[in-house]
Structures are given as C-alpha cells and as structure tokens.
Design a protein around this ligand. Structure first.
Ligand code: BES
Ligand code: ZN
Ligand code: ZN
Length: 503
C-alpha cells in the first residue's frame, strides 16, 4: 500500500472512495463538505439518520456520487470526540482499510480536516491512522496451497492519500507516514516470524533472520553464539532445554550503536523457544497447537532491530535471545535434573514445561555482562498470565518503579496494553529448592506469573529491570481489535521503539 499526502481541496482528487470521517454525538451529523455539495450532503445526512448512524467507531456507509472525482463517499465513524487518543485513530485507520477492502476499492482519499478537531498533533494523528491502515493490510499467505491460493474475496487497497490544508504541514505529515511505515514493516516481520510453522522456524532459521539485520551503516552488529559457545559460557540451563531436540540451540546478540552520543545502554532479552512441546512434562495436544508462538519475545527483538535501522535513537541497544526447541527426545532433560545457569546458580528442574525461565536465566546473566543501565525482557512465559489478563494485556513486573512508569507511558501512546503485577518478595520462598538454589516451579498455589518473574529476578542482579509476560497479547486466536488479525500480533515492537526513543 502506498500512502501519500496532498495539500489542497480533497474534492479535487480522483479515487475510488473519498472518506468522510464523522464524530459520534451531536444532534446532527456534520459532514465536511463544500457549499455546492450541500444538497447532496443533506440528502445523505437524512438517509444516515434513518439508518441510525451516529458516528460509532468503525461504522461505515457508502454512497455513490457524481459530483466529484470519486466513485463513492464513505461515511466512517470516528467515535466520541471526548477522550480520543492516538489508539482510536489507529483503530480508525484499520477500520478504513477493512471497509475499503470490502468495497473492493483500490484508492482512497482521506481529508484530515474533521480529524484535526482535537488536541492531538496532526502528525501524531496521521502516524496512528497510517499504522492502523498498514496493520489491517497484513496478510500471511506463505502457506496457502493450491486449494486456497485463489483471489481473496475482498479487494486490496493500493493507495491512500491524506489531504491536509496547509503547505507547511506537508513535511511533518510525510515524516509521520515514514515512521508508521518503518514501524509497520518491523511489526510485520515479527508477525511473520511468529506465524511461520515451527519446522521452518527452528533456532537456526530465527537466528539467520537476526543475522540478516546486521548493517554497519545503520550501526547494527550481530554476534552468534553456537552450542559450543554456550558451553564455554556456562549456559547450562539453556543447553538442558535444548537437549531433547535435534536442533542445536543458537544464541543471538545484536548491538545497535548510535552515531551521536549514546544517552543510555539498554539490553532487550527475548524468550526464543521455537516450539514448546513441554518436553517430558509434555503438554496436552490442545495447549501445544499454538506453541510456535513461544519465540514471540525473540521475534519482537528482531522486529525492534529492524525498526532501529531507520529510527536511529540515541541509545545503545543490545538485543539478546537464545533460540532453542523444547522437545521430549531420547536425550531430553528430565524432571529431577539439576542444571547450572551462567552465573553458577543451580536449578532443580521439576517441570520441563517451565523451560522459558531456564533459557531466560542464562540470557539475563549474559545481558548483565553488557553492563546496561536497564534490562527489559519479553517472554511468552506463563499460561497464568492469560488467566489473569487475557489475550489483550501483557503483565509488567519490575524491580524499579520509575522505569516501570516510563514503560507504562510508552504503552499509553502505542496502545499496547500492559498491567503491572507485584514482584511480591514473600513469594520468593516458593521457588527455593531443597537440594539446589532454586527450583523451576513454585511449591505454592496460584500467582504463576509473579513466581515466574521472582525466579528471574536474581539473574538481573541489581540492574533496573522490566519483565513483560506477553503470553496473551503476542498471539491472537480471536482478535478483538481491527488492527490485529489471527496469529502473531507483533506486540511489543512499537512499545519498545517508543520507550527507547524517549530515554
Ligand atoms: N510457553 C509456555 C507459556 C504459554 C502458555 C505461552 C500459553 C503462551 C500461551 C510456558 O513455557 C509454559 O509452559 N509455562 C507453564 C509453567 C508451569 C509449568 C509452571 C504454564 O504456564 O503452564
Ligand atoms: Zn513450557
Ligand atoms: Zn514456553
């Protein structure tokens, strides 16, 4: 989809559809139209009122027209003006694309005038709408075979033109569209990686995509850790998880170094279990169906680095993941085994399905050795997180409240919902083993997301740290938003990009 900007009269543009955004509320619908179209517009208004249209977000009606260069006008609800935020515009953009595709339109013109009647900056509104439009256009077609590779029922929109009133807005709006395109292509990479079947996304595949992002000119380097490197470094917990799989584990350490002076150094760690069968503590069939998503944290790191190539923030970023597959092969690790993590901590494995925290233990220790100011990890870590917060919301747990509130600010802006759970220290005792330092499952009842985070906490030492459990929002079986479709969502890519840019 090509998105551009035009400055001038929206009615002078030629396109399949001209979109007229309408706010909810008010006694009478207000259409942004010109004098000579008044009669036609009042006719439309009457018909809309008869249909009960009131500007609800995403509600759309099409009217054939003959008064300008477009074939149809699309009246599209924006929702209540009160309380409007960037996320509403993101969803508006997504609705626009979905409705335009249903109408089989190829080109759309969107006048910005009505959408500017808020306190938000025009460039932020445009960026959010453009993001929503791109996200709603995402398709994962790579695995459609001869039976389904036919023409899709709906159309595919090819061109969107934003129309602004003032020449001096052109530059900023064009930039905003560029940022939206950068973020969307990063999010779509993460979605693709998560959606790819696990046989085609073994550790070496995931690692090779990360390697492909290295690019001297944009300040990105990549170091690969082989299984031998992991042995040398003492990553015994990760190697134990990898034992039952025919695929060797692969570690990735991406580094982004800014050209200007670096303000901070941040390490971002992702859980990279390319498939989680549960190992010998094998999962029930139903729970295994979506376990290709267990590398979503790592995929988010990869997507983020794709975005960093263009965004070029003034912070140093380490992107770290240990890609492994958790399988119950004949050499699999067993409940009862004791493994040693990179910092010498010993862990009694009582459930091989609690494998994410084992690989993260090593990855977090490796992260601390980069001497970062902050560590952030993203992991599809616990089913308990879905019980607590559902499919839309990630859990945030942190040892530093100021850092946590920065992440919450970023989340407000990007619309990726997070909710803080407490790192409740008294529960730490539930993770103590009788024969080793720690055990990998809790002896208590409940609070599975909290105890998993408490397990991780000692490995970050005293470095300010945020753990994001993305088990729910990284993969959607029943999407509730117009900008996400079935499968991988790319959750966290924009959140982290926003967070890093504001440090
Ligand atoms: N990968 C799963 C967590 C998960 C569940 C992610 C559902 C996405 C959707 C993780 O490795 C796991 O199996 N966790 C166990 C931990 C338990 C054994 C303590 C769980 O949540 O049941
Ligand atoms: Zn597991
Ligand atoms: Zn897992």
């Amino acid at each position: 989809m090509k998105i551009d900007v035009f400055c001038g009269d929206p009615f002078s543009q030629t396109a399949d559809i001209l979109v007229l955004p309408v706010w909810k509320g008010g006694k009478h619908l207000k259409l942004p139209i010109k004098n000579e179209q008044k009669e036609f517009a009042s006719n439309i208004t009457l018909r809309l009122e008869r249909k009960g249209f009131d500007g609800k977000l995403g509600e759309s009606h099409l009217f054939p027209v003959s008064v300008d260069g477009t074939d149809e006008w699309m009246i599209l609800g924006v929702g209540e003006k009160k309380g409007v935020d960037a996320d509403r515009f993101r969803q508006f953009g997504a609705h626009l694309v979905r409705s335009a595709n249903l109408a089989k339109a190829k080109s759309v013109v969107l006048p910005m005038s009505a959408l500017q009647e808020t306190t938000l900056k025009q460039k932020d509104v445009v960026q959010a709408i453009a993001e929503g439009m791109q996200f709603a256009s995402y398709r994962f077609h790579a695995y459609h075979g001869t039976q389904t590779k036919t023409e899709p029922k709906e159309g595919t929109i090819e061109r969107v033109t934003f129309v602004v009133a003032r020449d001096r807005d052109l530059k900023r709006v064009t930039e905003a569209i560029g940022i939206a395109e950068t973020l969307a292509s990063a999010v779509h990479l993460t979605r693709d990686l998560v959606n790819t079947p696990p046989a085609d996304m073994a550790p070496k595949h995931l690692a090779s995509v990360a390697k492909g992002l290295a690019d001297k000119a944009s300040g990105i380097q990549c170091t690969v850790l082989t299984a031998d490197d992991m042995k040398r470094l003492g990553m015994g917990a990760t190697l134990a998880v990898a034992q039952g799989s025919e695929h060797a584990p692969v570690g990735i350490h991406l580094t982004y170094t800014p050209k200007e002076k670096s303000k901070k150094t941040v390490a971002i760690v992702g859980k990279g279990v390319t498939f989680d069968s549960g190992g010998l503590s094998i999962k029930p069939a139903k729970s295994m169906e979506t376990m290709k998503c267990d590398m979503a944290g790592a995929a988010t790191v990869v997507g983020l680095f794709k975005a960093l190539r263009n965004l070029q923030p003034n912070v140093t970023v380490h992107g770290i993941f240990l890609a492994v597959e958790n399988m119950p092969g004949h050499s699999a690790f067993r409940p009862g085994d004791v493994v040693t993590a990179m910092d010498g901590s010993t862990i009694e494995v009582l459930n091989t399905d609690a494998e994410g925290r084992l690989t993260l233990a090593d990855a977090l220790v490796y992260a601390t050795e980069q001497k970062p100011d902050y560590i952030i990890d993203l992991a599809t870590l616990t089913g308990a997180c879905i019980v607590a917060l559902g499919d839309d919301i990630a859990a945030l747990l942190s040892n530093n409240s100021r850092l946590a509130s920065k992440m919450c600010d970023a989340s407000e802006e990007t619309g990726e919902a997070i909710w803080e759970l407490p790192l409740h220290a008294p529960y730490q005792s539930m993770m103590k083993s009788k024969i080793a330092d720690l055990k990998n499952i809790s002896s208590g009842h409940g609070a599975g997301t909290i105890t998993a985070a408490l397990f991780l906490q000692p490995f970050v030492k005293k470095i300010p740290w945020i753990h994001l459990d993305i088990a729910g929002p990284s993969f959607n079986e029943r999407p509730s938003r117009p900008d996400v479709s079935y499968g991988g969502t790319g959750f966290g890519v924009r959140l982290l990009a926003n967070f890093l840019q504001k440090l």
